[in-house]
Design a protein around this ligand. Structure first.
Ligand code: ZN
Length: 242
């Protein structure tokens, strides 16, 4: 099994390459490319939230708690006093960071349903829905965030599988096949519940129209091919005419 730093580094590299491709295609701005890159890195550590003592679970729950506490506070800012807002923030933060985390640890098993393609799809839809509804990103950007989370997630699963090969002795370790799987074959109930969650979450995602139009547009692919290779000599910066 790959450790936290390996997962983060490989996801950062993979997500960096994909986000540069989006920039080359001209479908995102320079600020948006950083957002996509971060989404890929988040996806790269997400599967290990089922590992009770992992760094990933603490980082993700602390971030989620902070994010939702602020969203709730800003949402109520018009109606409540500052003191009430502080209490609300703290209550929301503590509930997610400690109560939800404890419950989550109780109900999850390492390398269970969260190390599956089905869970990757759930987080992809979840990220697209949150980006669209809470952060008011348009359909294209929200879906790109979701897709980058999925890309990072898949990199994580593949890396775990890669680490289950013992190259020195040319054999597979016992953990082989436990990371990159469609569903959790050992637990029909959690796989079924995740399946239902994926379908429900899909209904909260924005329309795919903008995404499909962009991906099928000839302009997008022309921009990618014209920006992919250097036009002339390598690293020759075009002169700015004064
Ligand atoms: Zn893992």
């Amino acid at each position: 099994m790959a450790d936290f730093h390996t997962h983060l580094s490989v996801a950062a590299a993979g997500s960096g390459l994909c986000s540069t491709l989006c920039l080359g295609a001209g479908i995102v701005s320079q600020t948006e490319v950083v957002m996509l890159w971060s989404a890929g890195m988040l996806g790269g550590i997400l599967p290990d939230i089922d590992s009770d003592n992992s760094t990933a679970i603490r980082i993700i729950f602390t971030s989620l708690a902070t994010l939702f506490a602020f969203l709730l506070m800003f949402n109520q800012a018009e109606y409540l006093s500052v003191l009430e807002l502080w209490v609300l923030w703290l209550a929301c933060y503590l509930s997610i960071r400690y109560l939800l985390l404890t419950a989550f640890i109780q109900f999850t098993r390492h390398r269970g349903i969260f190390h599956s393609l089905l869970a990757g799809l759930f987080f992809c839809f979840c990220a697209a829905a949150i980006s669209h509804h809470f952060f008011i990103l348009n359909g294209l950007l929200a879906w790109l965030v979701g897709i980058f989370v999925l890309v990072g997630f898949l990199i994580h699963l593949l890396l775990d599988e890669f680490y289950s090969v013992d190259f020195m002795n040319k054999r597979l370790k016992q953990s082989a096949g436990t990371a990159f799987k469609l569903i959790d074959y050992n637990n029909a109930v959690t796989s079924g519940l995740m399946g239902v969650a994926v379908i429900l979450m899909f209904f909260l995602t924005p329309s795919t129209e903008l995404l499909i139009n962009t991906l099928t547009s000839q302009d997008t692919w022309q921009a990618v091919s014209s920006h992919f290779l250097p036009a002339g000599t390598w690293f020759q910066v075009p002169q700015v005419v004064q």
